[in-house]
Write a protein that binds this ligand. Structure first.
Ligand SMILES: Nc1ncnc2c1ncn2[C@@H]1O[C@H](COP(=O)(O)OP(=O)(O)O)[C@@H](O)[C@H]1O
Ligand SMILES: Cc1cn([C@H]2C[C@H](O)[C@@H](COP(=O)(O)OP(=O)(O)O)O2)c(=O)[nH]c1=O
Length: 225
């Protein structure tokens, strides 16, 4: 029997701990016989990765930034996400459109009505159902205070254009995520990302077990038996 694809996005401010857990989740799904497509935004295709480099490094006005992000997203949907869902894969995507509402909308103050229009244009007409606006089936939101995220990131890596923003910027971004989660509570699962890695992993996997997408609790990656 063919299985339906699952589209799962991971969100949160920089340093919230998303990337630390996505590979482990991919392993858990693979161990249970699922094909997994791992991807990220901005990026995920050769064209979208070129756009990512521009967006993360080159100064530009807010509309240009939003248009490039949605152009990258449409290419990613057409080339990678939709074909993977059609094959029945689990698509694990490090960030998607909620990041645009949080960073460009709440963080940079870009008009969210315009973002909604771009969202509809970029994400419709790619799924088999012509009127469907493709969205994640589940969005895992790593919720962490900006001050804690900043401490975790200090010295961890060279900051990009967004990571070098002051803590007030990340307060707005965090509020942007909270607003998106409140507007679509059935799609969002909030993870308390202030916990230690083991507890974050337990909370994360329990979300998937409750949904029936993973059948057993999976051990923390790297844990000694
Ligand atoms: N639960 C945690 N507790 C403490 N530090 C963490 C935790 N999760 C991740 N980190 C560390 O915080 C930093 C940011 O984590 P990362 O997974 O890269 O975040 P993101 O992908 O959300 O930006 C890394 O140095 C990582 O090792
Ligand atoms: C997807 C997306 C990301 N971003 C930003 C958030 C991050 O600062 C940056 C790249 O995200 P990310 O891949 O999470 O960076 P890293 O792996 O270095 O943590 O792009 C936006 O501003 N808008 C968007 O729509």
């Amino acid at each position: 029997m063919s299985r339906s694809g699952l589209f799962i996005s991971f969100e949160g401010i920089d340093g919230a701990g998303k990337s630390s857990h996505i590979d482990g989740l991919a392993q858990a799904f693979r161990a249970q016989g699922r094909n997994v497509t791992l991807s990220r935004e901005p990026g995920g295709t050769p064209l979208a990765e070129k756009l990512r480099e521009l967006v993360l490094n080159d100064p530009m006005d807010a509309l240009t930034e939003a248009l490039l992000i949605f152009a990258a997203r449409r290419d990613h949907l057409c080339q990678v996400i939709e074909p993977a869902l059609a094959r029945g894969d689990v698509v694990l995507c490090d960030r998607f459109t909620d990041a645009t509402f949080a960073y460009q909308g709440a963080g940079r103050g870009f008009d969210t009505n315009l973002l909604s229009i771009l969202e509809r244009m970029a994400q419709t007409g790619v799924a088999p159902e012509p009127d469907l606006m493709r969205e994640p089936d589940l969005t895992v939101w790593f919720d962490l205070a900006p001050e804690v995220a900043a401490e975790r990131l200090a010295g961890a890596r060279v900051p990009d254009r967004f990571e070098s923003q002051p803590v007030e910027f990340f307060r707005r971004v965090a509020q942007g995520y909270a607003d998106r989660a409140a507007a679509a509570p059935q799609r969002f699962a909030r993870i308390d990302a202030a916990q230690d890695r083991h507890r974050v992993w337990q909370q994360l996997t329990s979300v998937f077990v409750r949904k029936g997408w993973l059948s057993i609790m999976v051990p923390t990656p790297g844990a000694v038996a």
